[in-house]
Design a protein around this ligand. Structure first.
Ligand SMILES: Cc1cc2nc3c(=O)[nH]c(=O)nc-3n(C[C@H](O)[C@H](O)[C@H](O)COP(=O)(O)O)c2cc1C
Length: 359
């Protein structure tokens, strides 16, 4: 059997294979409480044969929310909702980490408590449109965070990790990718601060590393992963020297002996090759386990793991439409194509109604 399908340990978590379900926002939490529901538990349970599930991104605070109906991990109701999910996974021998999320400026006043402005490293409006309950609308210029507010954000992350452990998760993944708050701080296109969190690469990486340290102290580094997307321009990310920036960040993560580095290789859901960014060179700066993602198919995943280029491979869209993806990959069976119109929001259709092979 190919190495991709063999059991492996990730930090302190034993996995049944090296096939990981990538984090996938589906916008189907309870509309009032942002708590996961029985339907969400059914969806994840159908996918429990993944070596590891990384949950959809989950806001650490009301301020961290940027899309309708995404789950949170800051209230007791949300912890109870997630417990439904983790219990359903564990009953089948699966493993699940939660992805912790603060969207920063990729939000809209209509998604914020009291209709206030979203926050960001600097008051710079991102290009693109916000996804709100009433459709796509212009972003608004966010409010720059005051230095005095930053410890509160680190504390929200720490508390979210504590809540995640109470909700039964096997670990947490810190979302440092795709143009959300931690990525916004790292890149000089979105961070124009003049305090200890802006300017030099060390300063711009400070918030991510403070969050990592707070969460490692809370739950142990062997249960913590970090996701980065150095080559991705999604959500209007720009940086004058991404190789220098991410070399520094990845070396700092390596020193912290976290469970894994999860990298979106290329533009998220887009081209895997981006001029000026050498993912292999960045990856070589990390000594621990490496999860590769972005547009992998069976052959690419098998060869990445066989050659040692990756330790684990995360699949996103294939897991939406193939709940039994591991079995299908093992048998080299045909994969169902996901219906993009049901990615975000709605009910069981396009969510829990994709059949497994046996069905
Ligand atoms: C519907 C959808 C929702 C996504 N939500 C998240 C998310 O919550 N967090 C995240 O880090 N990436 C998210 N992504 C990106 C995926 O994790 C993954 O990086 C991307 O789909 C590329 O992998 P793939 O080619 O295997 O699908 C999402 C992608 C899709 C299609």
């Amino acid at each position: 059997m190919e190495k991709l399908f063999q059991p492996a340990k990730l930090g302190s978590t034993q996995l049944s294979s090296r096939v990981v379900m990538a984090p996938l926002t589906r916008s189907r939490a309870n509309h009032e409480s942002d708590a996961p529901t029985e339907m969400n538990a059914r969806y994840y349970a159908q996918r429990a044969s993944a070596g590891l599930i990384i949950s959809e991104a989950s806001q650490i605070s009301p301020q961290g929310k940027g899309y309708p109906w995404t789950p949170g991990i800051y209230s007791e109701e949300q912890v109870a909702g997630w417990k439904l999910v983790t219990d359903a996974i564990h009953e089948q021998g699966g493993k699940i980490f939660i992805q912790l999320w603060h969207v920063g400026r990729i939000s809209h006043p209509s998604l914020q408590k009291g209709g206030i402005l979203p926050v960001a490293p600097s008051a710079l409006k991102p290009a693109g449109l916000a996804f709100t309950e009433s459709g796509m609308v212009e972003f608004e210029t966010p409010r720059a965070l005051d230095t005095s507010e930053i410890p509160g954000i680190v504390e929200d992350y720490r508390k979210a990790a504590e809540n995640a452990m109470r909700a039964g998760f096997d670990g947490v993944e810190i979302h440092g990718a795709n143009g959300y708050l931690l990525d916004q701080f790292m890149r000089d296109g979105s961070n124009k601060r003049t305090d200890d969190y802006g300017g030099s690469i060390e300063n711009r990486s400070r918030l991510l590393l403070e969050v990592v340290d707070a969460i490692c102290a809370e739950i142990g580094a062997d249960k913590v992963g970090v996701r980065l997307s150095p080559a991705s321009s999604v959500n209007d990310m720009k940086d004058s020297d991404p190789m220098a920036l991410f070399s520094h960040v990845i070396e700092a993560l390596s020193k912290r002996r976290i469970a894994y580095l999860h990298m979106v290789e290329g533009v998220t859901r887009g081209p895997r090759e981006v001029e000026g960014i050498d993912i292999e060179k960045l990856r070589s700066r990390f000594e621990g386990a490496y999860i590769a993602n972005n547009c992998y198919d069976r052959d690419l995943a098998i060869s990445a793991v066989e050659s040692g280029r990756a330790d684990f491979v995360a699949f996103g869209r294939p897991f939406i439409s193939n709940p039994d993806l591991v079995e299908r990959l093992k048998r080299n069976a045909a994969l169902a194509v996901p219906d993009q119109s049901t990615f975000y929001g709605g009910g069981e259709a396009g969510y829990t109604d994709y059949p497994a092979l046996e069905d």
